[in-house]
Design a protein around this ligand. Sequence first.
Ligand SMILES: [Zn+2]
Length: 80
Amino acid sequence: MRFPLFPSLRTGGSQRCERCGLRFPTSKEQCNHCSKLSDTEVESLRRRVEREHAGHAELGRVFLILAAVVMALVMLLVLR
Ligand SMILES: [Zn+2]
């Protein structure tokens, strides 16, 4: 008897790798991202992924500010 450690609800047969934090298909025995990497390489991979996530968050903020600026300009033009 074995219980699934990671019950996949909507992931469609992918699981999160404990080592590098990326997702890989459950059909694979090992993570296809880090199984061939050494510990230091996995560490730099994790850092890169974290940076990319931070970059996306930053991009989202920039878009919000741009949208606010455009809205303000439109308001100024309309209310004049
Ligand atoms: Zn991995």
